[in-house]
Design a protein around this ligand. Structure first.
Ligand SMILES: NC(=O)c1ccc[n+]([C@@H]2O[C@H](COP(=O)([O-])OP(=O)(O)OC[C@H]3O[C@@H](n4cnc5c(N)ncnc54)[C@H](O)[C@@H]3O)[C@@H](O)[C@H]2O)c1
Length: 263
Protein backbone atom coordinates (compact mmCIF):
# COMPACT_ATOMS: atom_id res chain seq x y z
CA UNK A 1 0.00 0.00 0.00
CA UNK A 2 1.37 3.40 -1.00
CA UNK A 3 1.03 6.43 1.23
CA UNK A 4 -1.46 8.04 -1.19
CA UNK A 5 -3.53 5.00 -2.14
CA UNK A 6 -6.94 6.05 -3.50
CA UNK A 7 -6.08 9.76 -3.56
CA UNK A 8 -6.85 11.84 -6.65
CA UNK A 9 -4.28 14.49 -7.53
CA UNK A 10 -3.75 17.36 -9.95
CA UNK A 11 -0.20 18.51 -10.72
CA UNK A 12 -0.01 21.74 -12.73
CA UNK A 13 3.13 22.15 -14.79
CA UNK A 14 3.25 18.35 -14.71
CA UNK A 15 5.09 18.25 -18.02
CA UNK A 16 8.04 20.20 -16.58
CA UNK A 17 11.07 19.19 -14.55
CA UNK A 18 9.84 19.24 -10.94
CA UNK A 19 6.19 18.65 -11.97
CA UNK A 20 6.83 15.45 -13.92
CA UNK A 21 9.13 14.05 -11.22
CA UNK A 22 6.50 14.79 -8.57
CA UNK A 23 3.63 13.42 -10.68
CA UNK A 24 5.50 10.14 -11.02
CA UNK A 25 6.34 9.97 -7.31
CA UNK A 26 2.72 10.62 -6.26
CA UNK A 27 1.62 7.90 -8.69
CA UNK A 28 4.07 5.38 -7.23
CA UNK A 29 2.48 6.13 -3.85
CA UNK A 30 -0.90 5.09 -5.26
CA UNK A 31 -2.40 8.44 -6.29
CA UNK A 32 -4.28 8.85 -9.56
CA UNK A 33 -2.69 11.88 -11.22
CA UNK A 34 -4.08 14.42 -13.65
CA UNK A 35 -0.94 15.82 -15.28
CA UNK A 36 -1.73 19.34 -16.52
CA UNK A 37 0.54 21.55 -18.61
CA UNK A 38 0.34 24.25 -21.25
CA UNK A 39 2.63 22.00 -23.32
CA UNK A 40 0.13 19.21 -24.04
CA UNK A 41 2.65 16.67 -25.39
CA UNK A 42 4.83 17.08 -22.29
CA UNK A 43 1.83 16.38 -20.04
CA UNK A 44 0.92 13.38 -22.18
CA UNK A 45 4.49 12.01 -22.08
CA UNK A 46 4.51 12.16 -18.28
CA UNK A 47 1.05 10.54 -18.01
CA UNK A 48 2.17 7.83 -20.43
CA UNK A 49 5.29 7.13 -18.33
CA UNK A 50 3.08 6.73 -15.28
CA UNK A 51 0.68 4.36 -17.04
CA UNK A 52 3.58 2.31 -18.45
CA UNK A 53 4.88 1.91 -14.89
CA UNK A 54 1.45 0.58 -13.81
CA UNK A 55 0.01 3.79 -12.38
CA UNK A 56 -3.11 5.77 -13.23
CA UNK A 57 -2.73 9.12 -14.99
CA UNK A 58 -4.46 11.33 -17.54
CA UNK A 59 -3.03 14.34 -19.31
CA UNK A 60 -4.74 17.70 -19.64
CA UNK A 61 -3.62 20.65 -21.78
CA UNK A 62 -3.99 23.57 -19.39
CA UNK A 63 -3.48 27.29 -19.80
CA UNK A 64 -3.45 28.84 -16.34
CA UNK A 65 -3.91 32.28 -17.89
CA UNK A 66 -7.43 31.21 -19.03
CA UNK A 67 -10.11 30.68 -16.40
CA UNK A 68 -12.13 28.44 -18.76
CA UNK A 69 -9.12 26.16 -19.14
CA UNK A 70 -8.84 25.76 -15.35
CA UNK A 71 -12.59 25.05 -15.12
CA UNK A 72 -12.07 22.38 -17.80
CA UNK A 73 -9.28 20.83 -15.71
CA UNK A 74 -11.60 20.49 -12.72
CA UNK A 75 -14.36 19.03 -14.91
CA UNK A 76 -11.85 16.53 -16.26
CA UNK A 77 -10.62 15.40 -12.83
CA UNK A 78 -14.23 15.01 -11.69
CA UNK A 79 -15.14 12.99 -14.81
CA UNK A 80 -11.98 10.84 -14.83
CA UNK A 81 -11.36 10.27 -11.11
CA UNK A 82 -14.71 11.16 -9.48
CA UNK A 83 -13.25 13.91 -7.27
CA UNK A 84 -10.10 15.58 -5.99
CA UNK A 85 -7.94 15.21 -2.87
CA UNK A 86 -4.61 16.83 -3.81
CA UNK A 87 -3.76 19.97 -5.78
CA UNK A 88 -0.10 20.75 -6.41
CA UNK A 89 0.11 24.27 -7.86
CA UNK A 90 3.54 23.83 -9.40
CA UNK A 91 3.31 25.53 -12.81
CA UNK A 92 4.94 28.88 -13.42
CA UNK A 93 5.84 30.95 -16.45
CA UNK A 94 9.47 30.00 -15.87
CA UNK A 95 10.77 30.78 -19.35
CA UNK A 96 9.54 34.36 -19.05
CA UNK A 97 11.14 34.59 -15.62
CA UNK A 98 14.47 33.35 -16.92
CA UNK A 99 14.62 35.35 -20.12
CA UNK A 100 12.65 38.60 -19.94
CA UNK A 101 11.87 39.46 -16.33
CA UNK A 102 14.23 42.10 -14.98
CA UNK A 103 14.16 45.15 -12.76
CA UNK A 104 11.16 47.33 -11.91
CA UNK A 105 12.39 50.42 -13.74
CA UNK A 106 12.38 48.53 -17.06
CA UNK A 107 9.39 46.32 -16.36
CA UNK A 108 7.32 45.44 -19.42
CA UNK A 109 3.64 45.37 -18.42
CA UNK A 110 2.94 42.31 -20.58
CA UNK A 111 5.66 40.37 -18.73
CA UNK A 112 4.27 41.51 -15.39
CA UNK A 113 0.65 40.71 -16.24
CA UNK A 114 1.39 37.32 -17.78
CA UNK A 115 3.55 36.35 -14.81
CA UNK A 116 0.83 37.30 -12.32
CA UNK A 117 -1.91 35.65 -14.41
CA UNK A 118 -0.13 32.29 -14.67
CA UNK A 119 1.79 32.04 -11.40
CA UNK A 120 -0.55 33.74 -8.95
CA UNK A 121 -4.07 34.20 -10.35
CA UNK A 122 -3.98 30.77 -12.02
CA UNK A 123 -3.08 29.11 -8.71
CA UNK A 124 -5.80 31.09 -6.95
CA UNK A 125 -8.48 30.04 -9.46
CA UNK A 126 -7.34 26.41 -9.35
CA UNK A 127 -7.51 26.49 -5.55
CA UNK A 128 -10.89 28.24 -5.56
CA UNK A 129 -12.31 25.51 -7.81
CA UNK A 130 -10.54 22.69 -5.95
CA UNK A 131 -11.93 23.64 -2.54
CA UNK A 132 -15.56 22.58 -3.20
CA UNK A 133 -14.33 19.28 -4.67
CA UNK A 134 -12.15 18.70 -1.61
CA UNK A 135 -15.01 19.57 0.73
CA UNK A 136 -17.10 16.96 -1.07
CA UNK A 137 -14.26 14.44 -0.49
CA UNK A 138 -14.18 15.26 3.23
CA UNK A 139 -10.92 17.25 2.96
CA UNK A 140 -7.79 17.60 0.93
CA UNK A 141 -4.36 19.12 0.58
CA UNK A 142 -3.09 22.01 -1.55
CA UNK A 143 0.60 22.75 -2.05
CA UNK A 144 1.74 25.99 -3.67
CA UNK A 145 5.20 26.53 -5.11
CA UNK A 146 7.22 29.48 -3.89
CA UNK A 147 10.92 30.00 -4.44
CA UNK A 148 13.85 30.03 -2.09
CA UNK A 149 14.55 33.53 -3.42
CA UNK A 150 11.08 34.97 -2.74
CA UNK A 151 11.90 36.32 0.71
CA UNK A 152 14.61 38.78 -0.28
CA UNK A 153 15.17 41.44 -2.92
CA UNK A 154 17.04 40.64 -6.11
CA UNK A 155 18.20 42.75 -9.08
CA UNK A 156 16.17 40.63 -11.55
CA UNK A 157 13.08 38.39 -11.83
CA UNK A 158 11.01 41.10 -10.12
CA UNK A 159 7.61 39.97 -11.44
CA UNK A 160 8.37 36.29 -10.80
CA UNK A 161 9.40 36.86 -7.19
CA UNK A 162 6.47 39.19 -6.46
CA UNK A 163 4.14 36.47 -7.77
CA UNK A 164 5.85 33.93 -5.50
CA UNK A 165 5.52 36.24 -2.49
CA UNK A 166 1.80 36.51 -3.31
CA UNK A 167 1.55 32.73 -3.27
CA UNK A 168 2.80 32.76 0.32
CA UNK A 169 -0.19 34.85 1.37
CA UNK A 170 -2.54 32.71 -0.76
CA UNK A 171 -1.21 29.69 1.16
CA UNK A 172 -1.95 31.30 4.51
CA UNK A 173 -5.40 32.53 3.40
CA UNK A 174 -6.52 29.07 2.26
CA UNK A 175 -5.06 27.39 5.34
CA UNK A 176 -6.81 29.87 7.62
CA UNK A 177 -10.17 29.73 5.89
CA UNK A 178 -10.40 25.96 5.28
CA UNK A 179 -8.66 24.13 8.11
CA UNK A 180 -12.01 23.25 9.62
CA UNK A 181 -13.09 21.80 6.25
CA UNK A 182 -10.24 19.33 6.56
CA UNK A 183 -8.32 21.16 3.85
CA UNK A 184 -4.65 21.87 4.50
CA UNK A 185 -2.62 24.30 2.43
CA UNK A 186 1.16 24.52 2.54
CA UNK A 187 3.93 25.70 0.25
CA UNK A 188 7.20 24.27 -0.92
CA UNK A 189 10.07 26.66 -1.60
CA UNK A 190 12.62 25.16 -3.99
CA UNK A 191 16.09 26.56 -4.19
CA UNK A 192 17.95 26.22 -7.48
CA UNK A 193 16.96 22.81 -8.84
CA UNK A 194 18.88 21.02 -11.58
CA UNK A 195 17.02 20.44 -14.86
CA UNK A 196 18.00 18.06 -17.66
CA UNK A 197 16.56 20.53 -20.20
CA UNK A 198 19.23 23.11 -21.19
CA UNK A 199 16.48 25.56 -22.28
CA UNK A 200 15.06 25.56 -18.77
CA UNK A 201 18.41 25.68 -17.02
CA UNK A 202 18.65 29.45 -16.91
CA UNK A 203 20.46 29.51 -13.59
CA UNK A 204 23.12 26.95 -14.63
CA UNK A 205 25.66 29.71 -15.02
CA UNK A 206 25.22 30.43 -11.33
CA UNK A 207 25.74 26.79 -10.34
CA UNK A 208 29.20 27.37 -8.82
CA UNK A 209 27.93 30.32 -6.83
CA UNK A 210 24.89 28.33 -5.68
CA UNK A 211 27.08 25.39 -4.68
CA UNK A 212 29.03 27.73 -2.43
CA UNK A 213 25.86 28.91 -0.67
CA UNK A 214 24.44 25.43 -0.09
CA UNK A 215 25.21 23.95 3.31
CA UNK A 216 24.71 20.39 2.04
CA UNK A 217 27.41 20.55 -0.64
CA UNK A 218 25.42 19.53 -3.71
CA UNK A 219 22.86 21.06 -6.04
CA UNK A 220 19.12 20.45 -5.62
CA UNK A 221 17.48 17.72 -7.69
CA UNK A 222 13.79 17.56 -8.71
CA UNK A 223 13.48 14.50 -6.46
CA UNK A 224 14.31 16.70 -3.46
CA UNK A 225 11.23 18.83 -4.17
CA UNK A 226 9.05 15.83 -5.05
CA UNK A 227 9.89 14.17 -1.72
CA UNK A 228 8.88 17.32 0.17
CA UNK A 229 5.57 17.54 -1.72
CA UNK A 230 4.87 13.86 -1.12
CA UNK A 231 5.31 14.48 2.60
CA UNK A 232 3.16 17.63 2.66
CA UNK A 233 0.21 15.99 0.88
CA UNK A 234 0.39 12.77 2.92
CA UNK A 235 -1.34 12.01 6.21
CA UNK A 236 2.07 12.21 7.88
CA UNK A 237 1.69 15.99 7.54
CA UNK A 238 -1.89 16.02 8.83
CA UNK A 239 -1.08 18.59 11.58
CA UNK A 240 0.84 20.92 9.26
CA UNK A 241 -0.95 23.76 7.49
CA UNK A 242 -0.17 27.33 6.44
CA UNK A 243 3.56 26.58 6.40
CA UNK A 244 6.45 26.82 3.96
CA UNK A 245 8.96 24.01 3.56
CA UNK A 246 12.10 25.50 2.00
CA UNK A 247 14.10 22.88 0.09
CA UNK A 248 17.35 24.64 -0.84
CA UNK A 249 20.19 22.77 0.83
CA UNK A 250 20.21 25.43 3.53
CA UNK A 251 21.20 28.22 1.12
CA UNK A 252 18.73 30.65 2.71
CA UNK A 253 19.54 29.62 6.29
CA UNK A 254 22.62 31.78 6.64
CA UNK A 255 23.58 35.36 5.84
CA UNK A 256 26.92 34.79 4.10
CA UNK A 257 27.42 34.53 0.36
CA UNK A 258 29.63 31.53 0.92
CA UNK A 259 28.81 28.67 3.25
CA UNK A 260 31.48 27.86 5.85
CA UNK A 261 33.83 25.06 4.84
CA UNK A 262 34.14 21.68 6.61
CA UNK A 263 34.97 21.97 10.32
N1 LIG B 1 14.04 24.92 -10.94
C1 LIG B 1 14.34 25.81 -10.02
O1 LIG B 1 15.52 26.10 -9.77
C2 LIG B 1 13.24 26.45 -9.20
C3 LIG B 1 13.59 27.27 -8.11
C4 LIG B 1 12.59 27.87 -7.36
C5 LIG B 1 11.26 27.65 -7.67
N2 LIG B 1 10.95 26.85 -8.74
C6 LIG B 1 9.52 26.66 -9.04
O2 LIG B 1 9.24 25.28 -9.19
C7 LIG B 1 8.17 25.13 -10.13
C8 LIG B 1 8.56 24.16 -11.22
O3 LIG B 1 9.70 24.66 -11.88
P1 LIG B 1 10.61 23.79 -12.85
O4 LIG B 1 12.01 24.07 -12.49
O5 LIG B 1 10.15 22.39 -12.89
O6 LIG B 1 10.34 24.55 -14.23
P2 LIG B 1 9.77 24.02 -15.61
O7 LIG B 1 9.85 25.18 -16.54
O8 LIG B 1 10.45 22.75 -16.00
O9 LIG B 1 8.25 23.68 -15.27
C9 LIG B 1 7.21 24.64 -15.28
C10 LIG B 1 6.04 24.07 -16.05
O10 LIG B 1 4.94 24.98 -16.03
C11 LIG B 1 4.35 24.95 -17.32
N3 LIG B 1 3.61 26.18 -17.58
C12 LIG B 1 4.09 27.38 -17.94
N4 LIG B 1 3.10 28.24 -18.21
C13 LIG B 1 1.94 27.56 -18.00
C14 LIG B 1 0.56 27.89 -18.15
N5 LIG B 1 0.18 29.11 -18.61
N6 LIG B 1 -0.37 26.96 -17.85
C15 LIG B 1 0.01 25.72 -17.45
N7 LIG B 1 1.30 25.33 -17.32
C16 LIG B 1 2.26 26.25 -17.60
C17 LIG B 1 5.52 24.80 -18.28
O11 LIG B 1 5.12 24.33 -19.55
C18 LIG B 1 6.41 23.83 -17.53
O12 LIG B 1 6.17 22.48 -17.90
C19 LIG B 1 7.84 26.53 -10.65
O13 LIG B 1 6.78 27.07 -9.91
C20 LIG B 1 9.11 27.31 -10.35
O14 LIG B 1 8.86 28.69 -10.20
C21 LIG B 1 11.90 26.23 -9.50
Amino acid sequence: MGRLEGKRAIVTGGGGNIGSTTSKLLATEGAKVLVADVVGPAAEACAEDIRRAGGVAVAYELDLAEEASIVGMMDTVQAEFGGLDILYNNAAATLIARVDDGGIEDMDLDIWNTTMAVNLTGAMIASKLAIPLMKASGGGSIVNTLSGGASSGTPRQSAYLVSKAGLLQLTRAIATQHGRDGIRCNAVGPGFTVSPDPNRQGAAKFADQLMKRNLIGRLGQPEDIANAVRFLVSDEASFITGQVLIVDGGASAHGGDVAPGPT
